[in-house]
Every structure is written in C-alpha cells, then in structure tokens.
Design a binder for this molecule. Structure first.
Ligand SMILES: NC(=O)C1=CN([C@@H]2O[C@H](COP(=O)(O)OP(=O)(O)OC[C@H]3O[C@@H](n4cnc5c(N)ncnc54)[C@H](OP(=O)(O)O)[C@@H]3O)[C@@H](O)[C@H]2O)[C@@H](O)CC1
Ligand SMILES: [K+]
Length: 453
C-alpha cells in the first residue's frame, strides 16, 4: 500500500517516525518538515495581512507551532506566540530557540493555530489549558488545528473534554490519524489537509476509501456474466425494492427480487419465488424489510443455506445466530451492538469494534453511520471520507446494502465490494440535491457509478 493515504494510530506513527530517525533523519529535521509544511497551509489562509496567533503546548505539537510561527514571521506575516507551557523535549526547545518574534500572554487576531497538544495527549485538558484555548478560540474568527484539535483522542476520536472549540481547517502531520475519520472529533475539524514528512508504508495501517475504477462491460458481456444478484424481500417489500434498484445501478447485470408472495415491482425488476439452485446466481442480499418474525428467520436461514456470497443488513443482523456464515454485514450502531452480543466481541472505538467483530464473525463488517468503518477478517480496515449528513434519513441503508451486494455479485472481493459500495453511496449523496429521500438518492447511484468509469 502507498504511504500517501495511510491512517496510523499513535503507536504506529511513533514507529514510522522511529524508522525515519533510524534511517538518519533527526527529530529536529522531522519537526522542520512538519512545521514548514503546516506553515504553507497557514500562509495560504492568512497571508501577510491577517494576524496569526500560535498557541504552543509542552510537547512536539507545540514544537511544530514554534516552527510555524518563525516560518510565517520570515515570510513577513504578522504572528505572535502564546506559550501555554515551556517545551519539554529537546527538539521543541530547539524550535522555540529559533523563534525571533513576539511571545504574548493573551492575544486576539484573525487566525488561531492550535498547537497545544497533538497525538501525545493522554488525559483531559486541565482548567488553565481549557480557559486559554476557549479564550483564544473566541477571539479568532478562523481556527486551525495542528495534527488534531487539542483535547481529542487521536486514536479513538473521542473528546476528553466537553465543549471544545471547532475548527475551519485541520492539518494532519506525517499521516492521517483515526480521529480524522471518527466521530465526534472529525465533525469539528473543518477541511482537512495532510503534510507529508516522508513516512514509509506501515503494516496494519488503515486507509481512506477512494473512488473505485470500473470499466464498461466487455464487448461479449451478457447479463449473467456481469453478475446476478438475488435480493430477498420480506415483510416490507419497499426496502428490498429500494436495495434492488440500487444494485441495478451499481453494476450487477441482473437483479432479481425473491419474494414468497408476489410483489408489485418496477417493469425492469423481476420478482420470483426464492430459488437458490440457479448456478448463475452470484450473490444474495437479505435483510432490508425482512421483518424479525419466524418468517424472516426462515428466509434468512434459507439464504444462508444457499451457500452463496451473502450480504446481511437490517433485520437479518438481529435474527443472525453465531453459526450462520455470511460474507458481508452492514450494521448501524444498534445492529453493531446486537452483533457484538452474538459474537462476543467489542472495543473502545468504532475501528477497534469493527475489526474485532470482523475477526470474530469471519465477515467483512461495514459499520455504517456518519463515520463508516469497513473491516475485514484478515485485519484490513478503511474509513469512508466524510459523507453528507442528509444521509440521515430512512431507507438510505437499503441503498447502501444494495450497492455493496451489487459489487459483490459483479465479482469484487468482499472487502473491495464493501468499500466500493460505500464510495458509490457517499458519492450519490454528494450529487443528489438535498434534502433528499432514499428514493431520490437511489436515482443517483448510476451517476456515481459513471464517475468510476
Ligand atoms: N515525534 C516526531 O518526530 C514528530 C512529531 N510531530 C508532532 O508531535 C506531536 C506529538 O508530540 P508529543 O508526543 O510530544 O505530544 P504532544 O501532544 O505535543 O504533547 C505531549 C506532552 O504533553 C503532556 N501531556 C499530555 N496530556 C496532557 C494534559 N492533558 N495536560 C497537560 N500535559 C499533558 C505530555 O506529558 P505527560 O504529562 O503526559 O508526561 C507530553 O509532555 C504530533 O501531534 C505532531 O504535532 C511532528 O512534528 C512530526 C515529527
Ligand atoms: K493541536
């Protein structure tokens, strides 16, 4: 994997930095790279006209701040430093010694650069740090967080303190961190930019879900070769029809609705009684609108028995039993908790939880929500880029499940199918005029697909 998009925990980031240091790069040189790269972004926002205040804490995040301040000063920027605490590390002390500008007690200005704490924060901010941060945040209209906003856990995205300021820009250093994609932290980060410092690819790193690349069907393609998906309908057939419509737009050549009683479907969607013996059937989706009664359980058990690549969503995730094998599951928070009960897994944050559940269940887990995590049983994991908050409406999960199942039926590996479906869903939301219903969202799936050709 390329190091460019990798997402590293604090421990992995330290390892990557240690590897650079072992290869002969000094900590001071790394700090210069990080600080100067960040200063470029601050300069883009502030230029020479706007007054910049850099808040420097005791660690290397503060060290970066001193370098940012000096870099801006040398370019002719108006910059002052507020020193929350004296630097503790040798590199940060060198950085401070290199600053030739003004150090002030309290400041107002146009742009605040928060370099109070970065990845080394181990507990909540104390009262004086909080008061300083709040006061400065209130007196600066534009706020930039360096690496991560001070007061949040870089590994989990949790806030150590209540009521932390929000930011217009967050500049990640060296690599992305889990907090850049996890709630609640990522909601307060504004735009996000990365400054590279030369880290190599790290084993076990996460990655961002990126736009997939698809190609037009081969000249001799036919509907079965492009993938045939069966969507199992249950008590509420509307949800299954929505998922099936999404699947039709996401690449599968043939989508069939399996219903025990005839359902009125659009003209291009075939409805038939469940028959899983067709060897051309390449994947199944069960769960949207299934119902949680005995009939729902029977339909789920039948689908599992078919032994096809299988996507589980919604009610199927509540009916699931430990022995049932499936390929991909797409739980929201409540369904994730229900699955954790079934498989006996858990964890502190969403990435850990999704990875633990993937390992315990043997399925690719799409832990969906405002911060969607995809995790595979082999340890791979990925985060979805921030998606439209208008997705918080009924039926959008059915659209997602349909898109993922369609990619699986089309021949993508389970992990890729999950990531591709998540991307198509996010892109469809981006291009659909808001506010939208799930029915409007699903109409944008083909356009999202087209963006990948
Ligand atoms: N290493 C490198 O090569 C590079 C690192 N880079 C930069 O370094 C940052 C990570 O640096 P860091 O590890 O020094 O952590 P950082 O968050 O600045 O401060 C930790 C200090 O604060 C203290 N402390 C912790 N919590 C506290 C609290 N609540 N209240 C009070 N004190 C608290 C803690 O000491 P403690 O009290 O826990 O013993 C420690 O002294 C990273 O985000 C990036 O900006 C880049 O320049 C690239 C090169
Ligand atoms: K910070």
């Amino acid at each position: 994997m390329s190091p460019a998009g990798q997402i590293l925990s604090t421990a992995q980031m330290r390892g990557a930095e240690d590897a650079l240091i072992a290869a002969g790069v000094s900590v001071e040189a790394l700090m210069q790279r990080a600080g100067q790269g960040a200063a470029d972004w601050v300069w883009r926002m502030a230029g020479a006209q706007r007054r910049v205040t850099v808040l420097c804490g005791p660690g290397n995040n503060g060290g970066d701040g001193w370098i940012i301040a000096e870099t801006l000063r040398q370019r002719g920027g108006q910059v002052a430093v507020v020193e929350a605490a004296a630097p503790r590390s040798a590199a940060a002390q060198v950085a401070k010694a290199g600053f030739r500008g003004a150090v002030v007690e309290a400041a107002s200005g146009d742009v605040l650069v928060d370099c109070l704490y970065g990845t080394g924060l181990t507990r909540g901010l104390g009262e004086s740090d909080l008061a300083l941060l709040h006061g400065l945040a209130a007196r600066h209209a534009y706020r930039i967080a360096l690496d991560v906003p001070s007061g949040i856990s870089s590994d989990t995205g949790a806030a150590w303190n209540d009521g932390l300021p929000d930011y217009h820009l967050t500049i990640a250093l060296g690599a992305w961190k889990p907090a850049h994609g996890l709630m609640p932290a990522c909601a307060a980060m504004g735009a996000m930019r990365l400054v590279e410092i030369g880290c190599a690819a790290v084993e076990g790193a996460g990655r961002w879900i990126a736009r997939p690349e698809f190609s037009a069907p081969a000249p001799d393609a036919h509907k079965y070769r492009r993938g045939m998906l069966g969507v199992v309908a249950g008590a509420m057939s509307g949800a299954a029809i929505l998922a099936a419509t999404s699947a039709q737009g996401a690449g599968a050549g043939y989508v069939k609705l399996f219903a025990h009683t005839p359902v009125h479907t659009p003209p291009d969607l075939v409805c038939a009684a469940p028959d899983y013996s067709d060897p051309r059937l390449s994947a199944l989706l069960v769960g949207p609108g299934l119902g949680r009664d005995a009939q729902g359980f029977f339909a789920l058990a039948q689908a599992v028995e078919a032994g096809k690549p299988l996507v589980l969503d919604a009610d199927a995730l509540h009916l699931l039993t430990k022995g049932m094998r499936a390929t991909i599951a797409t739980p929201h928070e409540g369904e994730l908790a229900a699955m954790e009960q079934i498989f006996g897994s858990g964890g502190e944050d969403k990435i850990t939880r999704a990875r633990a559940l993937a390992q315990a269940s043997g399925m690719v887990i799409v832990a969906k929500g405002p911060d969607t995590v995809v995790a595979a049983p082999d340890g791979r994991w990925a985060l979805a880029p921030r998606a439209s908050s208008w997705l918080s409406t009924a039926g959008t999960g059915d659209v997602l499940a349909g898109a993922i199942a369609s990619r699986l039926a089309s021949g993508a590996t389970p992990f890729d199918a999950a990531c591709q479906g998540v991307w198509l869903h996010g892109e469809a939301a981006r291009i659909t005029p808001a506010p939208f219903s799930a029915g409007e969202l699903v109409k944008s799936i083909p356009s999202a697909y087209r963006a990948c050709l």
